[in-house]
Design a protein around this ligand. Structure first.
Ligand code: ADP
Length: 413
């Protein structure tokens, strides 16, 4: 008997067997019967032509027809359905056909099923990958929306807070000016000083919030002028001397090649960036610890290295600390003091520092063996800054021409 005839002979019982195995409800069986008829016709073509690609359209259609929940529940996987169809084919062939006919039919349809399994597995995998990448894209878009609304909120909140703060500062200044001299007003002066400290800290936080939103929106504009890194470090040392003394910490500064050379940069912003890193070193190093500033000159760059003997940072957090709100510590230890041991701040400092350094064309990263409050392995921050020997634009060139020429003539101070 020809194989196609054998296939035709088993068609009815085969259809009945497969629909019973696969679909429970009557309605489902009617639908399934139509689909199975298509599969059967394709199978006949495969057997006649020897080309298993006849199965492609129906397999493609099946995979496309799946809903997401069907794909994730393996019960309804196309592979499982094909398995049932293959079993039913073997059973029915054995039951209905003579042994030799059954054997020859089975050996003919076997490669078709192998092909169907391989194709179905590939198509299902592609569909799953498609679904996962779609889910990822969706999650990514919603994260971006969230980040955007976070950034909008910071910007709006900062501007809203600035107005009442300016009022408080103004009225406090008026009160201070109008306060008569005399010891009976000492108490009022202490209160005013307290108010002043509070408003100053609040202004710093609001300024940080504004800086973060400027950086987020690529609006940070740099005011390029001649800068000497050694002078910035000296100034910082002077500003932080009191905090270092309070925390009984030593700041060691090791001069290095190139640190006294003039470079073009935004001195205020660079000061702010170095200040954030140093304040953190003070904050996250126990009393009596040591902070070292050193560095080296590289072709076209200056690398400033700030190392401390503090609590260190887990390698998995080395990138995260530069994100906004990337503070890692216990929120309950949050402190509004700038140099209190482990007193975590709002988590904006390093993200602003990174924004400033990157706006200069540089980069910042940290090295630390890990976080350990007992053994204090320390952290080392590296700041790579391009050495700009020429002004970035004509306006800066004109403005600083005398200084720039003198520096070039003297070959650096
Ligand atoms: P914060 O306002 O919390 O200090 P930053 O952006 O300045 O925010 O720092 C982010 C986080 O990075 C900090 O909360 C702290 O966990 C960690 N960190 C920064 N500098 C150091 C350091 N020198 N040693 C240990 N941890 C640090």
């Amino acid at each position: 008997m020809r194989s196609v005839e054998a296939l035709e002979m088993i068609y009815r019982p085969w259809l009945l067997r497969v629909t019973r195995r696969l679909a429970r409800g009557e309605e489902l069986r009617v639908n399934l019967a139509q689909i199975l008829e298509q599969f059967y016709n394709a199978l006949v073509q495969v057997v006649e032509t020897g080309d298993p690609a006849w199965l492609d359209p129906i397999l493609n259609e099946w995979v496309k027809a799946y809903t997401e929940s069907e794909i994730s529940s393996h019960e309804l996987s196309l592979l499982a359905i094909l398995g049932q169809i293959q079993l039913a084919t073997l059973d029915v062939a054995r039951e209905i056909l003579a042994e030799a006919d059954a054997l020859s039919l089975i050996s003919l349809v076997a490669p078709a099923f192998v092909y169907a399994f391989q194709t179905a597995a590939r198509l299902e995998m592609e569909r799953t990958i498609e679904r996962i990448s779609w889910d990822l894209e969706k999650a990514n878009a919603s994260l971006q929306r969230l980040d955007k609304s976070k950034s909008n909120f910071i910007s709006v909140a900062a501007h809203e807070l600035k107005t009442p703060l300016t009022l408080i500062e103004g009225y406090a200044a008026m009160l201070r000016d109008q306060l008569p001299s005399g010891t009976e007003y000492d108490q009022a002066r202490i209160i005013l000083k307290g108010m002043n400290n509070g408003t100053r800290r609040l202004r710093e936080i609001i300024d940080d919030m504004i800086d973060v939103s400027l950086i987020d929106n690529n609006l940070l504009s740099l005011n390029f002028q001649p800068v000497w890194i050694n002078r910035l470090i000296d100034l910082l040392h002077k500003e932080l001397a009191r905090s270092l003394e309070e925390r009984k910490q030593i700041l060691e500064i090791h001069p290095f090649d190139g640190w006294a050379e003039m470079t073009f940069g935004d001195s205020e912003r660079l000061y702010q960036a170095f200040r954030n890193v140093l304040l953190n070193s003070i904050k996250y190093t126990p009393d009596g610890g040591k902070i070292t500033i050193s560095g080296r000159q590289l072709p076209g760059f200056l690398e400033v290295v700030v190392a401390d003997t503090g609590i260190g940072i887990d390698p998995e957090d080395h990138l995260r600390i530069f994100d906004k709100f990337g503070n890692l510590g216990d929120v309950s230890l949050h402190s509004s003091g700038k140099t209190k041991y482990k007193g975590g701040g709002p988590g904006l400092g390093l993200s602003i520092t990174k924004g400033i350094i990157e706006a200069h064309g540089g980069s910042i990263w940290v090295e630390s063996p890990g976080y350990d409050e007992v053994n204090c392995p320390g952290s080392t921050f590296h700041i790579l800054l391009p050495l700009r020997k020429t002004p970035p634009d004509d306006r800066t060139a004109k403005l600083f021409a005398p200084l720039y020429d003198a520096e070039n003539l003297s070959g650096g101070s």
